[in-house]
Design a binder for this molecule. Structure first.
Ligand code: GRF
Length: 219
């Protein structure tokens, strides 16, 4: 890890928080030059909030009871992000869609992880859909967030071969294990100044990523 000041992360979650735990672990063990400044969730019961609090991280539930409340959520989230000095927003299993103005206000500073080899299978139930389609491979993608759902510039993909005996559950578990490796890695690139957003594209080490980097996980 470099000696630079840790990049402050604002992590948005809706659920279990296993990616949050992986990222927080990488920060704590100084494998990446980042720190989790605040964790926000629209679901007070999200397991990830408990994980964050156990780690001593500021973790807050901000209610989002219906579609009309998105603006209120975003206002409260913005206040929390500013108070925490967050420099990068990390969506880690955040199941809501942020508004165009919120995304535009944070252009190039929001990452997401999606459980498919984008552009294949944007949206929900990706594991079920790949199995139904009879695909031979699946995976996860870390990408910059734009106003296109699951459509922003792709940075790194984890490719996971599909096995004969795979079920939705087994595939979910293998893809998630790979997610826990690639998401901290990409955040580390960003923290080290290697990953940039320039004019709507992802750049790594001074070059535009025309296609994402791909790593295969076959264990
Ligand atoms: C992950 O599989 C991620 O790809 C998707 O939501 C899931 C979140 O899981 N966006 P967790 O809450 O990090 O365990």
């Amino acid at each position: 890890m470099s000696a630079r000041t840790p990049l402050r992360l604002g992590i948005f979650i809706s659920g279990r928080g296993s990616n949050l735990a992986a990222i927080a672990g990488a920060c704590r063990e100084r494998r990446i030059a980042a720190e989790v400044a605040v964790v926000l969730s629209e679901r007070p019961e999200a397991g990830g909030l408990r994980i964050a609090r156990e780690l001593g991280i500021d973790a807050r539930a901000i209610p989002w009871p219906g579609a009309a409340q998105r603006a209120e959520f975003e206002r409260a989230a913005e206040t929390a992000l500013v108070a925490a000095g967050a420099q990068l927003i990390v969506l880690a299993g955040f199941m809501r869609i942020l508004s165009g103005p919120f995304v535009a206000a944070h252009e190039g500073a929001i990452l997401n992880i999606h459980p498919s080899l984008l552009p294949k299978y944007p949206g929900l139930h990706t594991h079920r859909r790949v199995l139904e389609a009879g695909d031979r491979e699946h995976g996860a993608t870390v990408h910059f967030v734009t106003d296109q759902l699951d459509g922003g510039p792709r940075i790194l993909q984890a490719k996971v071969p599909i096995r004969e005996a795979d079920t939705e559950t087994s595939l979910y578990a293998r893809v998630q294990s790979a997610e826990h490796i690639i998401y901290p890695r990409v955040i580390g690139w960003r923290a080290d100044g290697r990953l940039l957003w320039r004019a709507g594209s992802a750049w790594l080490d001074g070059r535009p990523l025309m296609t994402p980097l791909v790593e295969t996980f076959d264990a």
